[in-house]
Design a protein around this ligand. Structure first.
Ligand code: 5AD
Ligand code: SF4
Length: 493
């Protein structure tokens, strides 16, 4: 491939930039599901003797998109490598949720510039959520013209074609669909290990005022139940031990079906009957968490007793400004219902501190809610303005030092709660799935309880992938320690 020398005018041919304005519009047209995806035969040897490397940033949805891209590339003949210097294709699968996620990507692009100068034939691509942002695409095209291709979250299936175009053209290939795409089934996926991610829906229609996701991931669209169930059955047949159902807002699943009435609770009830040992899901929205879902989760079996239920704030006024569409009272009522149906449910959450205008009192409301719920764990964030979202236009009047102080206090509180909830497990027998070796000591196995708590215990590698019982002997803030025991006669957690 010839070395490229790009100038701004080169973009005119292939440049299909994203538009935030278009991304905001929610079309009424029905979503089409495509079952005819195939990589043309002549492209299946395109990557012969070539290597790829994908760097993934952000959430599990992105991790799973990376598995799809790996599947596509390997079907084209590419082989994986971790060595940047060996790679013929490097893709950065990016995250846009907070500014620091974007900074990391721009930092990496800075490093890759030198490599690209040394290896002009290297194809460098940026994909994922940042590619869906107008300002980011403009910035890359102006400041990082050595990037060969940019593609968005709605057109991952176009990767083989875009790659070919990037090889043969001198221009930066940019293809980002602002409006959400359809659902493309049957994409190849490269899954590894004993746990598998399964998309059940795409996009988000909630438009929380701080969040960029509804713009970068498009409107809510659910995969057909028969497609999801067939995939889960297939994963069970392949021997996977755990599946994680993925969606930005999994309990909105099915709301877009026009011909059937079928909710997330119905889907979980059907998945419950499939012979796969463990089923989890993420992420749920408190507003759509209905009684049917609680009733199904209470049947347990392969449905794990862990619910990630992002609250974001404990203040009803802040929740209103965030457009979360529930109040503190409604959230607490929901937690009460869940606890009544599943008393040992592990509850985790996401919290933002320093939202525009958040007062000391409102922050105290968050602290008191956290204590009242008694979460087992929380992901905590300082608010980060995202261009184009309604909150970015609100006056961000909380000083940085106050935001940091609030985060620290929240984290201290959360750590105490995590430790207390782990302490309660001491002496108990828990069912665990052994996931692998501990990172620091190969003699020690790393496993997860049904509530998703990490537990270490000694044992041979052959136990990896097995469900077994462990007695908790020690509890720390982030981790439990234990020893294997025989299957107990009594109920375990
Ligand atoms: N600033 C800080 N945190 C954010 N999140 C989403 N958008 C922002 C933002 N602009 C957090 C929310 C969400 C999690 C995935 O990321 O807590 O639940
Ligand atoms: Fe973002 Fe809110 Fe949608 Fe979650 S529910 S992805 S926070 S807009």
């Amino acid at each position: 491939m010839p070395a490229k020398n790009k100038s701004d005018k080169d973009f005119s041919i292939y440049f299909q930039p994203p538009s935030l304005t278009d991304a905001k519009k929610r079309g009424k047209e029905s979503i089409e599901v495509h079952y005819d995806f195939a990589i043309p035969e002549e492209m299946q040897t395109f990557g012969k003797d070539k290597y790829y490397l994908i760097r993934t940033y952000g959430c599990q949805m992105n991790e799973h998109d990376t598995e799809t891209m790996k599947g596509l590339l390997e079907t084209m003949g590419y082989q994986p490598t971790e060595d940047k210097r060996l790679a013929d294709v490097i893709l950065l699968n990016t995250c846009a949720i907070r500014e620091n996620a974007e900074d990391k990507v721009f930092g990496e692009l800075g490093h890759l510039k030198a490599l690209k100068a040394e290896k002009p034939n290297l194809v460098l691509g940026v994909c994922g959520c940042m590619s869906q942002e107008e300002a980011v695409v403009n910035r890359i095209s102006q400041k990082h013209p050595f990037v060969d291709m940019i593609f968005g979250t709605h057109n991952i299936h176009r990767l083989p074609h875009l790659l070919k175009e990037a090889y043969f053209s001198k221009e930066m290939v940019v293809e980002v669909w602002s409006k959400e795409g359809d659902i493309v089934e049957n994409l190849p996926k490269k899954r590894e290990g004993i746990k598998a991610w399964v998309n059940i829906m795409y996009g988000c229609d909630k438009f929380c005022t701080y969040c960029i996701v509804p713009y970068t991931r498009g409107k809510e669209r659910s995969r057909r139940p028969e497609d999801v169930l067939a995939e889960v059955r297939d994963l069970a047949r392949q021997g996977f031990k755990e599946i994680m159902l993925l969606g930005q807002n999994v309990n909105a699943y099915g709301k877009d079906f026009e011909d059937i009435s079928y909710s997330f609770g119905d889907l979980m009830d059907d998945i419950r009957k499939i012979d796969i040992p463990r089923v989890r899901f993420t992420t749920s929205h408190p507003r759509d968490f209905d009684d049917r879902l609680i009733e199904v989760l209470a049947k347990r079996g392969n449905l794990m007793e862990h619910i990630h239920l992002p609250v974001q704030s404990g203040s009803t006024e802040v929740l209103k400004k965030m457009s979360r569409k529930y109040s503190r009272e409604h959230y607490l009522e929901l937690v009460g219902k869940i606890r009544q149906a599943i008393p040992d449910a592990v509850l985790t959450t996401d919290i933002i501190v320093g939202f525009p205008g958040e007062t000391d009192e409102q922050f105290e409301d968050t602290l008191s809610l956290v204590k009242q719920v008694g979460y087992d764990m929380a992901f905590t964030f300082i608010y980060s303005p995202r261009e184009g979202t309604p909150a970015a236009a609100m006056e961000d009047n909380v000083p940085e030092s106050v935001k940091k102080e609030r985060l620290q206090r929240l984290n201290d509180t959360m750590n105490d709660l995590s430790k207390a909830s782990n302490d309660k497990l001491k002496g108990q027998i828990v069912e665990v799935l052994v996931e692998g070796e501990s990172k620091n000591n190969p003699e020690v196995l790393a496993a997860r309880t049904r509530g998703n708590k990490l537990i270490h215990f000694t044992g041979p590698k052959e136990w990896i992938g097995q469900l077994m019982y462990v007695k908790v002997t020690e509890s720390q803030t982030w981790i439990l320690k234990g020893e294997r025991v025989e299957e107990p006669v009594q109920k375990v957690i």
